[in-house]
Design a protein around this ligand. Structure first.
Ligand code: CTP
Length: 399
């Protein structure tokens, strides 16, 4: 059975779609999972705890404490391999985003260390409200996955978007996103992301506009496919839930070089998505540089090329992927980089393409492989681009 031995916490919030939770519990249990259900107080108006406890073969929890005991939300969050919200109501969504903690389900959510997936259910107008859009985007930025809603007949009698996905689809989503036999399962992967900063004096530095979004999207995708991810991350301004991946924060190119080499020997796959500074100041002034002269020049020296240095030591069983950001003769430069740095693949971002590159939530890439394959992709969100890159890596090197 696909989910044998998997521990799943099912959060049920107040929505007409809660009647579908009963069927979902049945499917999860039939697939071999151990299921514990937590309800919000208003969910009990839509479906009885008795139904869900009978189907899950476990008591249904809804209070932070009852007459006899206090329910340990931290341990529940750790018990689970996966937490599923189905249905996710507008109200619970908003509370999750803002860190409210006024019921057991929210307390468990805030203390959960496992991946979280949600199946929203709401009226079409609520679904399209900017507040809901904003909350869903924020929830996604926490690393939580959202199961797409369906178009169809709604409880309001209207027809449109907002229906919760059917239990069969939720089960399929869970299996294909979390518990499946991925060729990357347990593979050790290093990802670098973000910029580096090269100090000039105690208050100034040289850096670049990399936001880290592309590298983090890659790390998350790899993680969801069961890989063992070490993310070596330059200074970024993003909040993200690392889901227990090993995150090593670094600042300068030299620190990133050191950490990458500390981990490279033991890794199967390395993806260098960081925008590493190519030059760094020769000396770092220990005191703030005063503005005495009308002009000044800064002497810079090349940093060590991390990707190239890995290409020099990489074994046959290791796969090495680099990025290239070019403004002209893109394909020629990307192919040169593939050779020069001895990589298995170069992912080219073109600065010319609208919606691609630094800071954007979208990206447009072309992949160049060792075997002279050139694969072009459309402009997509960075998480969809990450999926394309990892799918290509699997197709070329792990199929
Ligand atoms: N890279 C690296 N270490 C550096 C510079 C770059 O590991 N010191 C990696 C980046 O992470 C990326 C790839 O090299 O995967 C391409 O970087 P890019 O800056 O585009 O190319 P450069 O090698 O710097 O060449 P050029 O400046 O000539 O474009």
């Amino acid at each position: 059975m696909m989910l044998t031995g998997k521990k799943i916490l099912l959060g049920v919030s107040g929505s007409i779609a809660a009647y579908k939770s009963a069927q979902l519990v049945r499917l999860l249990v039939k697939a071999g999972a151990e299921v514990k259900v937590i309800m919000t107080p208003s969910a009990k108006d839509f479906i009885t705890p008795l139904t869900l406890s009978t189907l899950s073969k476990n008591p249904v929890l809804h209070n932070l404490f009852d007459e006899h005991s206090w329910h340990n939300h931290a341990l529940l969050g750790r018990w689970a391999d996966l937490m599923v919200f189905a249905p996710l109501s507008c109200n619970t969504l908003s509370k999750m985003v803002h860190g409210n903690c006024d019921n057991l389900l929210l307390a468990v959510y805030l203390s959960a260390t496992c991946p979280v997936v949600v199946a929203p259910a709401m009226d079409e107008d609520m679904w399209h409200h900017p507040s809901t859009r904003h909350n869903l985007t924020t929830l996604e930025s926490f690393g939580n996955k959202i199961i797409p809603i369906e178009n169809g007949e709604l409880a309001s009698g209207l027809i449109g978007e907002g229906r919760m996905a059917e239990p069969e689809q939720i089960l399929a989503f869970i299996q294909s996103n979390f518990f499946f036999n991925s060729p990357l399962k347990n593979k050790k992967v290093i990802v670098t992301a973000g910029p580096t900063i090269e100090p000039i004096d105690p208050v100034r530095y040289i850096s670049n506009h990399s936001s880290g979004k592309m590298g983090i999207a890659l790390a998350k995708d790899l993680q969801s496919r069961g890989a063992n991810v070490t993310l070596i991350l330059g200074p970024v301004h993003l909040d993200f839930n690392p889901f227990g991946m090993n995150v090593i924060n670094v600042s300068s190119a030299a620190e990133m070089f050191q950490e990458v080499h500390n981990h490279f020997k033991n890794c199967d796959l390395a993806i260098m998505a960081a925008a590493v500074a190519d030059y760094t100041p020769v000396t770092v002034s220990s005191k703030k540089i005063k503005k005495k002269e009308p002009g000044m020049s800064l002497e810079l020296v090349k940093t060590k090329d991390i990707l190239k240095s890995l290409g020099e030591v990489k074994r046959k069983d290791q796969i090495l992927i680099g990025f290239a950001l070019e403004t002209d003769s893109e394909e020629v430069h990307a192919k040169e980089k593939l050779e020069k740095k001895n990589t298995d693949m170069i992912v080219l971002n073109s600065m010319k393409d609208e919606g691609a590159g630094f800071g954007h939530n979208t990206n447009k890439i072309t992949i160049f492989s060792r075997d002279n394959e050139v694969i072009r992709f459309e402009t997509k969100t960075k998480s969809a681009v990450a999926k394309d890159i990892i799918d290509t890596i699997i197709k070329l090197y792990y199929a």
